[in-house]
Design a protein around this ligand. Sequence first.
Ligand code: PRX
Length: 698
Amino acid sequence: MSTNHRTNNYLRHLESMKILPSGAGRIPRLNAVILGESLATEENDFVVPSQDFANQANVKSPEQYLKMYKRSIEDPAGFWSEIASEFYWKQKWGDQVCHENFDVRKGNVNIEWFKGGITNICYNCLDRNVEAGLGDKVAFYWEGNELGVDATLTYTQLLHQVCQVANYLKDIGVKKGDAVIIYLPMLMELPITMLACARIGAVHSVVFAGFSSESLSQRIIDCKPKVVITCNAVKRGSKVIYLKDIVDTAINDSTQNGVSIDVCVTYDNKLALKREETKWTKGRDIWWQDVIPHCPTTCPVEWLDAEDPLFLLYTSGSTGKPKGVVHTTGGYMVYTATTFKYAFDYKPSDIYWCTADCGWITGHSYVTYGPILNGATVVLYEGAPNYPDAGRSWNIVDKYKVSIFYTAPTLVRSLMRDGDEHVTRYSRKSLRVLGSVGEPINPSAWRWFYNVIGDSRCPISDTWWQTETGGFMITPLPGAWPQKPGSATCPFFGVQPVIVDENGVEIEGECSGYLCIKKSWPGAFRTLYGDHERYETTYFKPFAGYYFSGDGCSRDKDGYYWLTGRVDDVINVSGHRIGTAEVESALVSHPKCAEAAVVGVEHEVKGQSIYAFVTLVDGVPYSEELRKDLVLTVRKQIGAFAAPDKIHWAPGLPKTRSGKIMRRILRKIASRQLDELGDTSTLAEPNVVTELIELADS
Ligand code: PRX
């Protein structure tokens, strides 16, 4: 069948299912290219999987996708319980596969999947796979920061190490439901500790090891963990980061705020720092290597209800305090495993590398749980992608024969800037599927990823999802989808995206608006830790009856979704979510800062960068030293990744007469779109704008 023919068939199916607006897909206007035969270019708006790829794929055609999608919407209970039955359940769930109230107007929002089912995700990741004969298969290839430093762990070895950590945690009194904070870099000990917590029903909360001591202590104070697990230091690129010092400061802070930590387990990372040079608090600190290897390598699992919490992961919102997103056991297990399998067209022979850190949701769902549930071989990389040079990623791909490579647009853009020669000197012939996550991928970066990295051979799964959604929501299925550079394409099974206008009214067909989801999916978060009210207010009240994602989105005439970025006060820097209020509150904590307003501006590599307008306390002069000090304050309070790229001195901020800062105007000034400032007549002091423009490049 010709490519155009296949694509047009597909569009007609979409239309008949009412995913597409009526009329779309009738006109044979496609100018599609076949993967492996030609390049993705400006003119070609569809990129269609080759017949060879489609033939071997888990979902081989648009028709097969549509059939499965239709079933998942019409009979979610049947669809998901069939998949769930492939896992081990000590006891099957009750009669109702899903119980939900998604509509705040009808009472408290409540989501339950597989309630009454008794299982354990660690058991399903490890024991089940070992019993199925995967014991000698490699679970993790670990690649250290330095060339030539690596390690391997089979499924049996992983199970043993997980049991040792689980036994140790039990020995020190960690029980089902207790929180455990993990502040580790990308060592194998990070997923090992996550799985160990899951095995005993402890709730892990991984804090990205790039967060500052203040951010860490804020999280410790919020979830009151029984234990903190860290390592003394790590080398990232040519820099050594002294993690234990950060943890010490955080624990001191939290102790002063009434939350003390009795045990701090510290992995001795000899490659970064000598044991004797590590600061130590006797009685509280304990070396990982002194206790874990002595623990037994078997450990019974704690059987959990499907709705028992699995983990807690803090993410940024539009107010200052980070939100503790809570995911539970059963639905998350089924959803991450299924999305991984289909969106990456996973096969048991694949070698999979996701460049995300386990400190973010991507590292939870698609470094640890999703792939390990599928019995996959996963590459973990400790270091920086451009160390010792910009070709390191492809060196790793060739070394381990990586076949599925999943990364963020920011990395794609930065490698693109470094030049093709760093890519083309490596073979990369093992690659077959590429993935993108974290922010919209601009079509030019998409094409470079596709044409240069993937040699015009590998479909790209541009996966749209969030910490809150647990797993992919809108994503191509690589064997089935004609792709469009820059579009996350169409919904995953069971997901019903809708676009609403500002009044919360669903818009049909080709349109732009706010992206919401109708009805729950198994991987959805169930609450915000200790604050169900904030959960409802943030996500379910803006557009009653729907989950509101916080993202803007368009749907084109073919029914494809195009994410346009956050519509709330959240900035996405290199795929990391940062609340403007968090940065503002760090800035105003500086004694010389009277007021601050932060906006995001477009950035060539990072997607967005942080631009801060700062008003100083009366009489304090502007100075380069003060500028640096303000940036340092943000680095110290949140982490280096949240540092503003620009501090714009502001004698005053544009406010309405009721005192509200007009960010719309600030965004225009920050991006130097000075002829698009719009109406400034409602400002309390209109000349503030002129002063700000004058100071723009000072
Ligand atoms: O704005 C969207 C963007 O990242 C946000 C979610 O951030 P976080 O919870 O940190 O999770 C990141 C990893 C899933 C979303 O609200 N985003 C994520 N993936 C995409 C994206 N924007 C466009 N396209 C994507 N593929």
